[in-house]
Ligand binder design. Sequence first.
Ligand code: S3P
Length: 445
Amino acid sequence: MSHSGQPTPLESRASSALRGTVRVPGDKSISHRALILGALAVGETRISGLLEGEDVLNTAKAMQALGAKVERTRTGIWSVHGVGVGGFAAPDNPLDFGNSGTGCRLAMGAVAGCPIAATFDGDASLRSRPMRRILDPLELMGAKVSSSADGGRLPMTLQGARDPLPVVYRTPVASAQIKSAVLLAGLSAPGVTTVIEQEASRDHTELMMAHFGATIVSENEGPHGRKISLTGQPELHGANVVVPADPSSAAFPIVAALIVPGSDVVLTDVMTNPLRTGLFTTLREMGASIEESDVRGDTGEPMARFRVCGSRLRGVTVPPERAPSMIDEYLVLAVAAAYAEGVTTMRGLQELRVKESDRLEATADMLRVNGVKVEIVGDDMIVEGKGHVAGSGLVATHMDHRIAMSALVMGLAADSPVKIDDTTFIATSFPDFIPMMRELGADFS
Ligand code: S3P
């Protein structure tokens, strides 16, 4: 889904204490994976709590175009009838992944293991993002790029391998997208496909492949890494998937509750997979009051109820090895850092430069135009927290949902309103963000 309409600006103002109980939408990473693995399984997969944001809906359409039957039942359950490992059919039209790097890159992995050609495309943001990191291992496995825009970017036509080869692949950066693309292609390869990562990235693909019946083993590798070995050509069977609430979306009301004095907000069913919770660890180190209760798990993905209260925060140093477990949360952490007392140093943020926007620059600009002192030194971001934010800036969102939501959160306690140039892209991951935040007491107008 590519956007062509007029931008919709919005202003966020200092609000009185936020209060209430909310459930943010389903986890985006798990939602993409449930659709893709459902499409590669035999039999029916039933998914409850799927994120119905544009990114995931584009993946659903792509799975349908590749031959799976994907339907939303009247009760909101998504049903997928898959084609079996290696069984995708060539799509008639280009697959449009809109704004979503995850949907596109994981689908490339799945297509690479099938003897078909498919064209991948996306919006201007996705067309600017690097795809070489995915293509390098997929080409080793036998896939070929038959056409692409300059620099191996979208639009691109990928020819999947007739006889995919298993590989042992060391990922050059900690990226669950690279790892997942290799493992998805590896489903069709005979023998064992192995991915070795220096820093462990989110493991939803591994957990879900096991849930669908694959044999997949994950071992520690070095101090922070993992070695994942998948036995190829499994008989994947359709499964039930319950999608917990997305911790990366929960991050926005959580930081909002922390910075607006007197707030008391409860979030239910928040996923607490330890490879996703770096933000919560960091916020607690900063002095945040975040209580967890009702801890439970489903298909290996734990979840809990969070109670968050307005807190005085202090600056901290966030170590680089924590980055993979909070890679999408630095934007809103930078907002928390601006409201903290003292300096927050976030180290090792190079991957932020290749997300939906250059998030390192975009986050620094978001803070600067609102009177916060911030520096980028190499791959580190240093925010000088003064306990309050002047505001009155206009934030450029660069087709990036997380910049938009972070800036709106920042305005909720600022001395003067914070304005964003466009809310449109919030719909990619958190379609109800604005009404849900208003329900808690946010003053957006
Ligand atoms: C994701 C992985 C991360 C993250 C993205 C979702 C995933 O990207 O930024 O929003 O679902 O695998 P990288 O793995 O490339 O860091």
